[in-house]
Design a protein around this ligand. Structure first.
Ligand code: PLP
Length: 384
């Protein structure tokens, strides 16, 4: 919950808007440095979680690289000062134009997901008279035990190269002279709250790394992706995720050879807790069996509840009246435009301010213009 001095300043801005607490971001980045970078791990920030220029500036200053999934993100990373040699490019469907942009900047590594992609990348690299460094994104068939829409490492998912295809891909690489295999890559899902899937991932990564090296390739990059979850129910008590436990697990379970480095791609865990969506109550309405609080933010500003049935904590910033039960809903013409059902919060009235918490990741980046809604500029705590 924010102090009154902040709340009175937030009142001066037109709602709905994203509010980023830079102090929380900095504390999080300090922990990532102390627990991750200090062990020699390479950490790429997944721009798809948040690509605001100001956020990227802090992320870059902390010493993280960039993990991009589109040409637009590569361009944004470069514009924000990330060096091309710390940019990884992932994605199951890279267009020729995006590949050529990445080649022209000689980025660190392409994470490749299919035999056909390898052939296309080889051809385009040849056309540009260059060699592309690649990591194979392998599908380890590990259940991340998270929502099915954000599980990515199972056999039936569209991501990665399946184990059955690995041999033929390795065979084919011998003839793809404009590609240099430097590593293997995994990403099993997002908002992973249990440790077991990561342990299983380590075991699979060790097996696959040994197997591929046994076939005569040298892998300097072992990239285990991202996916570390945050606590959506208690953002105040858990503003900074437990990175020590996370990195300890990998340090203890990944068997690196002397020439190998461990890489991560963290998104949500870096920026999730520092952002809130600030919205105003437009109307309250009594339904047959429900009280509705109708707010001026909708699924157009934060789609996660509608898309993944995600639950964000709701803090009422300007009321401490006795609590009441509400459905907190947006103005968009869709019944899925609901932030929370049956949530007990202080009674609100028209004009009250509400913070929808833990919205720093996959919030503002997924904003849409549906219903021709106006996008308000985001607000940062260090420039309130
Ligand atoms: C989305 C994504 C990430 C980041 O995931 P988080 O759950 O936000 O940490 C990392 N790597 C790849 C390939 C991704 O697609």
């Amino acid at each position: 919950m924010y102090p009154n001095s902040i709340i009175s300043k937030l009142r001066n801005h037109k709602t709905p808007f994203y509010y980023y607490d830079i102090e929380v971001l900095q504390q999080t980045l300090e922990k990532v440095k102390a627990e991750g970078l200090s062990r020699g791990f390479h950490i790429h920030f997944a721009l798809k979680a948040n690509h605001q220029q100001k956020m990227l500036k802090y992320v870059k200053e902390a010493g993280l690289g960039a993990d991009c999934v589109s040409g637009g993100e590569i361009q944004q990373a470069i514009n924000c000062g990330f060096s091309p040699d710390e940019i990884a490019f992932a994605g199951v469907g890279k267009s020729d134009e995006e590949i050529e942009l990445a080649l022209s900047h000689d980025i660190f590594c392409f994470n490749c997901e299919s035999p056909q992609e390898l052939r296309v990348l080889n051809e385009l690299a040849g056309k540009h008279d260059t060699t592309a460094r690649i990591a194979l994104r392998l599908n380890p068939n590990v259940d991340a035990k998270t929502h099915k829409y954000i599980t990515t490492g199972l056999k039936e998912n569209k991501f990665g190269i399946n184990e059955e295809d690995l041999d033929s891909v390795l065979d084919a690489l011998v003839d793809l002279g404009n590609l240099k295999l430097i590593g293997i890559h995994f990403h099993i899902g997002s908002q992973i709250e249990q440790l077991q899937p990561f342990k299983t991932l380590c075991r699979r990564a060790n097996e696959l790394s040994s197997y591929i090296e046994g076939r005569g390739f040298k892998l300097s990059v072992i990239n285990v992706g991202g996916g570390f979850g945050i606590n959506y129910d208690h953002p105040n008590d858990n503003a900074v995720p437990d990175f020590k436990t996370f990195f300890d697990l990998f340090e203890q379970n990944i068997q690196l050879k002397p020439h190998q480095n461990l890489h991560f791609e963290l998104g949500r865990s870096v920026v999730g807790q520092c952002g809130s969506l600030i919205t105003k109550v437009l109307f309250t309405k009594k339904g047959r069996a429900k009280n509705f609080a109708i707010v001026d933010a909708g699924m157009t500003e934060l789609i996660r509840p509608a898309l993944y049935q995600a639950r964000h904590r709701i803090d009422v910033l300007t009321s401490n009246k006795p609590k009441k039960n509400y459905d907190v809903v947006g103005p968009v013409c869709e019944s899925s435009d609901t932030f929370r059902k049956d949530v007990t919060i202080p009674e609100v009235e028209r004009g009250d301010l509400i913070a929808i918490r833990s919205a720093g990741a996959y919030g503002e980046v997924m904003r849409s213009a549906y219903n021709l809604r106006v996008a308000r500029p985001s607000v940062y705590s260090d420039a309130l």
